[in-house]
Ligand binder design. Structure first.
Ligand SMILES: Cc1ncc(COP(=O)(O)O)c(C=O)c1O
Length: 423
């Protein structure tokens, strides 16, 4: 039934039926969670062999350096080469960090605020206003960094090909706009991948701020679920080609390859920016955890080993994505009150419900024992102006729990829409 074409009487009848179904669900006293974008225990088990490597095999770097000791600020050369082989970025432009790319993003902004970046006239923090473009829906933790630093956030709508570039190009004519957040492949939460045209426009557009930076958070760059994953253009090379060599700050980690919270993160930047960042990073730490780098290199010696591991992750993720997508298609496709993305990889599905009803869906799910990501979390300042976006994270629950949770969700989406349409 398409709710948008039905008479009020038949909508009320449908609402009564679904309310009864909803009451039945509430009576079951469920406790389920669709909010956590983290790997399942089965996925974590895939990397357990990394933790039982013979200790003597993972203490010496390629050049014989004893990694149990301090040093090697930018990361082991072999770890920088590992990231180079996955990203296509020259190893000399890569800095290896600790366990978290988000940490490196925070540090990159903190450095920019305190010291500026290459091309800055003065530190960003000395500017009257610093603004960042935030494609929406987007990743709440990016927005939290900006909020913590007092950076003003400007939402930019996402399209199926990436951020609305006409809008981006218009906004970067403001010299206060210093950066943009991008999750360019399997974006959190829409799951879309930026088109070649979007990447080229981002790399080449004129910006009023000479020190404008793209925060290219490629968290899901190798996280294909479909056999034929999306292909993303190399923005680092495109920016260089366009004469904007300093424009890109590129981030990635093995968080959802091996262990979130115990992986290896990286940041890539131009020669000029690395020359500025390294001494500051050197004041912050004597060096990263190289034993973890060695463990990762022993477990994942090359790009083929990484690909093989990601294919195993994809089996678990693929089944869970299908459970959610099947339920959405079966229960919501006809109703005309919901639309969603069907990503080929990553960790999220973005669901748009009838405008003005997302908070009610959240409420109904909570009452029925299903936790969703908070409405608004995918927008700067926690405010979804249309109150319609929900981020679904299928990866963590068991398949049985997921199947139950998503049916509760589809009932809630329909009840909330019918309540609004019959109000
Ligand atoms: C887009 C995005 N970036 C970064 C992270 C966190 O990465 P890390 O574990 O390397 O800090 C996540 C985790 O969910 C993410 O979705």
């Amino acid at each position: 039934m398409n709710y948008l074409n039905e008479s009020r009487a038949s909508l009320l009848a449908e609402l009564a039926k679904l309310r009864a179904a909803y009451e039945n669900i509430v009576a079951q006293g469920l406790s389920l969670d669709l909010s956590r974008g983290k790997p399942s225990a089965e996925q974590l088990d895939l990397s357990m062999p990394m933790l039982s490597l013979p200790a003597e095999d993972v203490i010496r770097a390629r050049d014989g350096f004893d990694c149990r000791n301090y040093g090697v600020l930018l990361g082991l050369p072999e770890m920088r080469e590992f990231w180079s082989s996955l990203t296509g970025i020259p190893a000399k432009n890569i800095m290896v960090g600790g366990n978290s790319s988000l940490n490196m993003m925070y540090d990159a902004i903190a450095r920019a605020m305190l010291f500026g970046v290459a091309d800055s006239v003065r530190p960003w923090g000395k500017e009257e206003t610093v603004k960042f473009l935030c494609p929406v829906p987007g990743y709440d933790r990016h927005f939290a960094i900006c909020e913590t630093m007092g950076i003003e956030m400007i939402p930019v709508p996402m399209t199926p090909n990436g951020p609305d570039m006409d809008e981006v190009e218009r906004l970067v004519a403001d010299p206060a706009v210093r950066g943009i957040w991008c999750v360019p492949k399997y974006a959190n939460p829409t799951g879309i991948t930026y088109s070649d045209e979007v990447v080229r426009r981002l790399a080449s557009m004129p910006t009023a701020a000479p020190d404008f930076r793209i925060f290219w958070d490629n968290a899901y760059m190798i996280h294909d679920i479909a056999d034929e994953g999306d292909v993303l253009l190399d923005i680092f090379a495109e920016a260089k080609r366009a004469g904007n060599e300093n424009r890109v700050f590129f981030f990635a980690s093995t968080s959802k390859v091996t262990f979130p919270g115990a992986g290896v993160a990286m940041m890539a930047m131009s020669d000029a920016d690395l020359a500025l960042a390294a001494p500051i990073a050197g004041a912050q730490t004597i060096g990263p955890d190289k034993l973890n780098q060695l463990r990762h290199l022993a477990f994942l010696p090359d790009a083929a080993a990484v690909k093989n591991l990601m294919k195993k992750h994809a089996v678990f993720l693929g089944r869970r994505f299908e459970i959610v997508l099947d339920a959405l298609r079966e229960d919501l496709a006809q109703t005309g009150v919901a639309s969603w993305t069907e990503p080929k990889g990553g960790y999220f599905i973005s669901l748009d419900v009838l405008e003005g009803t997302a908070k009610r869906v959240y409420e109904l799910c909570t009452e029925a024992g299903v936790v969703l990501t908070k409405v608004g979390a995918t927008f700067p300042y926690g405010k979804d102006p249309e109150n319609k976006n929900l981020r679904l994270a299928p990866s963590y629950p068991s398949e049985a729990d997921l199947a139950k949770a998503v049916r509760v969700l589809t009932v809630a989406v329909r009840v909330a829409a019918l309540e609004k349409l019959t109000a």
